[in-house]
Design a protein around this ligand. Structure first.
Ligand code: NAD
Ligand code: DAU
Length: 344
């Protein structure tokens, strides 16, 4: 019997991980601890709400007293931290929240893990901490070279985790994942924006020349990799999680249009993201030594993802029809249209 505190469990990857744990570990209990920011959504956990092994606490990871109280009340022995501000574009307009949650909040959780002598702490991190990688692939010992407030905050969290392991012996691991796609991803990230816009015959906004590269992995694969590290990883170690295969954004957009049988005239180039990282690429040799490899190719992952959004309009239409989303979309995308670049 193990009791996991899954912070950020009402978000995209966290909620997929909750589903994964309840399915794969019938003897475990799960406590989701989530602030329910704009990205946290109880709908993501609707189908586990009545499971007796599941509990939900609404709270901020920066609230040290509530974190400790939750751990004590529920007999938590393990923290898996997904809670973060996660959208690069928002970090460019409001960096403060990122520093609070991604750095200070991580510190609060580590302090609780140390004081209460928890068995394990796991930090869910990102390939973005290595910065853009124009050639080759990042290995876990590479120096951090962050370029956005988001990636800088995540790097701060990672360094705090390593410091708590070294200084206080907190048994902590870190995974650095590439871009996830799949069910329950808030429609501000590129794939759900493109898929849901395409379903509605709206333009797909391509930043810059669209030739940036990302390693898009299926969220269930990422969840499995996190779980493998939680159970078999060595405390103090970092593990990259990805497919090891990158795709250009413009090619990903064209695949989505093809899957939905929509015309390429929906591609709309817009001004680029400031400081846009051109390419991320992960070396995944280390995680392979623990026996994990992603199960879905890019094509399989994208097809499953597109099918989920087609089948679950109830989920994303509720978000996209809200005032907060409409206002975000208007202020973020409005007036940025540019002609198709010669390279695109
Ligand atoms: P998300 O934005 O969908 O969800 C984040 C969740 O954290 C939300 O439920 C939100 O309410 C919660 N949260 C935010 N601030 C909080 C706070 N102060 N206290 C408690 N809860 C808070 O994010 P995601 O895409 O699911 O990412 C989850 C984690 O995985 C993040 O740490 C992110 O950096 C990392 N990651 C994401 C990706 C990706 O492609 N999405 C890839 C690699 C790593
Ligand atoms: O690499 C892992 C990271 O992936 C995670 O740590 C982050 O939390 C997650 O948000 C994601 O960051 P990206 O910036 O790579 O994801 P995003 O979906 O915002 O953008 C993916 C690519 O698509 C990027 O090159 C920018 C581009 N893009 C994005 C949007 C939202 C567009 O061309 N148009 C868009 O409208």
């Amino acid at each position: 019997m193990r009791t996991l505190l899954i912070t950020g469990g009402a978000g995209f990857i966290g909620s997929n991980y909750v589903h994964y744990v309840l399915r794969e570990h019938p003897e475990y209990r799960v406590v989701v601890y989530d602030k329910l920011t704009y990205a946290g959504n109880p709908d993501n956990l609707r189908d586990v709400a009545d499971d007796p092994r599941y509990a939900f606490v609404e709270g901020d990871i920066c609230d040290a007293a509530l974190v400790r109280e939750t751990i004590a009340t529920h007999g938590v022995d393990t923290i898996v931290n997904f809670a973060a501000e996660t959208h690069v574009d928002r970090s460019l307009s409001d960096p403060g929240e990122f520093i609070m949650t991604d750095v200070y909040g991580t510190h609060v959780l580590l302090e609780a893990a140390r004081e209460l002598g928890l068995e394990r702490y796991h930090q869910v991190s990102t390939d973005e901490v290595y910065g853009q990688v124009l050639e080759g692939s990042s290995v876990e010992t590479d120096p951090l070279d962050t370029r956005s407030p988001y990636s800088a905050s995540k790097a701060g969290g990672d360094l705090m985790v390593l410091a708590y392991h070294t200084s206080f012996g907190v048994p902590a691991t870190i995974t650095r994942g590439s871009n996830n796609i799949g069910p329950y991803q808030y429609p501000e990230k590129v794939v759900p924006v493109f898929v849901t816009n395409a379903i509605d015959d709206k333009p797909l906004p391509i930043y810059g020349d669209g030739l940036q590269m990302r390693d898009y992995q299926y969220v269930e694969d990422h969840c499995e990799g996190i779980d493998v590290v939680l159970h078999h990883g060595t405390p103090g170690e970092i593990y990259n999680l990805g497919t090891g295969v990158e795709t250009r954004n413009i090619d990903m957009a064209r695949c989505i249009l093809a899957l939905l049988d929509k015309p390429e005239s929906l591609l709309q180039y817009i001004t680029d993201r400031p400081g846009h990282d051109r390419r991320y690429s992960l070396c995944v040799d280390k995680i392979r030594t623990l026996g994990w490899t992603s199960r879905h190719t890019f094509d399989q992952a994208l097809e499953r993802t597109v099918r989920w959004y087609v089948d679950n309009e109830w989920w994303w239409r509720r978000i996209k029809s809200g005032d907060a989303y409409s206002e975000y979309y208007r202020s973020h995308y409005g007036g940025r249209e540019v002609p198709r670049p010669s390279q695109g």
